[in-house]
Write a protein that binds this ligand. Structure first.
Ligand SMILES: [Zn+2]
Length: 492
């Protein structure tokens, strides 16, 4: 491999050479889901992006400690410090215990992530399991004069912090601008200044989730949990912090301020942000109805698409775009991805049956492999990598057609590299219908029925019908072979 791994650091706005703090080890923290409803597809894209990053770093030989939290308390209805806790509200509306909400949607999240074949993180801590650590950080921030208590709640003093250190460096917002753009306090808030954010909130009587603290019975502010958990499991300085682009401000900006308020130094070397997913050209939002759940795509029960698409096809579609670009979900795009994905898998099957030639390879396997690595080393450029994989697919197909040849040693390298990139790095799972699946049995019966109809047509010399069946099946990637012993089929 020639090139060094470069990553785009949101903090510097540049691609930088990646150098881990400890040799061969990487600490990576990614903001996980708030488990108050089914995981939405945009979030899935973020976690698939960081799964790619996790897998590639691991493939390069790093021992990665990947921490992704579960937010089960403290995330209020809007991202400022107002409104009800999202989980508490859901629990109140359904008259159940908040932890039942947490359990239900944590399981849903894990199930969907499993269907997308993402690897579980090394540690998956919860906010409610780290209340003591959060209280300790608040105490330190109060001691350092970056936080103040009013009526049982504690707030981070952004103006005071900005006198010593800089607030706003990740999002590029300067404090004057923030002060100018902040809404006036509505009288309900105890904050000194509107840009201050909550570290601890005193619980109203209606609030179910509450813990004792030196200031009141209450609950921690949303931004605090990530500082507490990243510090606990990765230390005061670690390599990578990731999350969705929408978390850059205020969430990540506040995380930086909290960590610097204790340690006076930046907690993270590389900030990575994954971009969003739109649906038919528009932002996905529950409120507008322009929204689809992963499961609704997998089972085809939705109003957006005429057919169902498998998790691997959705994942292939997502990875065909760079993680920092916006990607738009549409029927045409998914159809195209499905065809591409099937072509890729067919080539993987075909390579198993290739017979090598004695002397020549009409493909520079070594430089092809280097191009694959260079793509991934260029800020995890999966679309470029997939493009190179298709160069190999084209070559494999021409070997199958006996137009080109490959030596046995090159065949070994090609097979191994394809396996590495498709399964280990991109994280695809060969998804063929399972023989125990009732749908598979039904499809087999239907196919046999079509073959029977075609045989009857052929016996009557009705070639118009028999060819129509053959061509239609071929479009569905089912190829028919007429042999002396009858017709058999192959699903490509
Ligand atoms: Zn976070």
């Amino acid at each position: 491999m020639n090139s060094l791994l470069h990553v785009y650091n949101s903090l510097s706005g540049k691609k930088e050479v990646f150098k881990s703090i400890l040799p061969e080890k990487v600490g990576m923290y990614v903001c996980g889901p708030t488990v108050y409803s089914n995981v939405h597809l945009g979030n899935c894209r973020t976690f698939i992006s960081f799964d790619l990053i996790y897998r590639y770093l691991t493939h390069l030989g790093y021992k990665v400690r990947y921490v992704r939290n579960i937010t089960d308390v403290g995330h209020l209805e809007n991202d400022s410090d107002e409104g009800e806790d999202r989980i508490s509200k859901r629990a109140r509306l359904e008259s159940i215990e908040p932890m039942e909400i947490v359990q239900r949607y944590t399981l849903d999240f894990r199930k969907i992530m499993h269907l997308f074949n993402t690897l579980p993180p090394s540690i998956e801590p919860t906010a409610s399991g780290h209340i003591l650590e959060q209280i300790e950080i608040i105490k330190e921030l109060i001691k350092n004069n970056y936080a103040y208590e009013i009526n049982g709640s504690v707030y981070f003093d952004v103006k005071r912090f900005n006198k010593d250190l800089t607030y706003g460096k990740l999002s590029g917002r300067n404090i004057e601008e923030l002060v100018h753009n902040s809404r006036l306090l509505d009288g309900q808030s105890d904050k000194k200044n509107p840009q201050d954010f909550a570290l601890w909130k005193k619980a109203e009587p209606i609030h179910i989730m509450r813990w004792p603290s030196p200031w009141s019975d209450g609950f921690p502010g949303w931004h605090l949990e990530c500082t507490a958990m990243s510090r606990k499991y990765l230390g005061t300085k670690f390599d990578i912090h990731g999350g969705g682009m929408d978390l850059k401000f205020p969430h990540h900006e506040c995380e930086i301020a909290q960590a610097e308020g204790i340690n006076k130094e930046s907690p993270v070397n590389y900030w990575l942000h994954a971009n969003m997913l739109t649906l038919n050209g528009k932002k996905m939002a529950k409120s507008t109805g322009n929204n689809i759940l992963p499961e609704e795509i997998f089972n085809g029960k939705n109003t957006f698409f005429k057919k169902e698409f498998s998790p691997m096809v959705i994942k292939f579609f997502m990875l065909q775009a760079h993680y920092r670009s916006v990607v738009d979900l549409s029927e045409e795009a998914l159809e195209a991805s499905e065809k591409g994905y099937i072509r890729l898998l067919s080539a993987i099957e075909a390579i198993e049956k290739l017979s090598p030639s004695a002397s020549t390879t009409d493909f520079d396997v070594i430089s092809w492999r280097e191009k694959c690595y260079s793509s991934m080393n260029d800020d995890f450029n999966s679309p470029l990598l997939i493009g190179h994989l298709f160069d190999a697919v084209k070559f494999i197909n021409s070997v199958v057609n006996k137009q080109k040849s490959i030596t046995s040693s090159d065949l070994v390298i090609l097979k191994k590299s394809l396996h590495d990139f498709i399964y280990n790095v991109l994280g695809f799972r060969l998804s063929k219908p399972s023989k125990n699946d009732p749908k598979f049995e039904k499809n087999k019966e239907l196919l046999n029925l079509l073959l029977e109809i075609r045989n009857k047509a052929r016996a009557k010399k009705d070639f118009e019908i028999s060819d129509f069946i053959r061509e239609s099946l071929s479009k569905l990637n089912v190829e028919l072979n007429d042999t002396e012993n009858g017709t058999n089929y192959e699903i490509k």
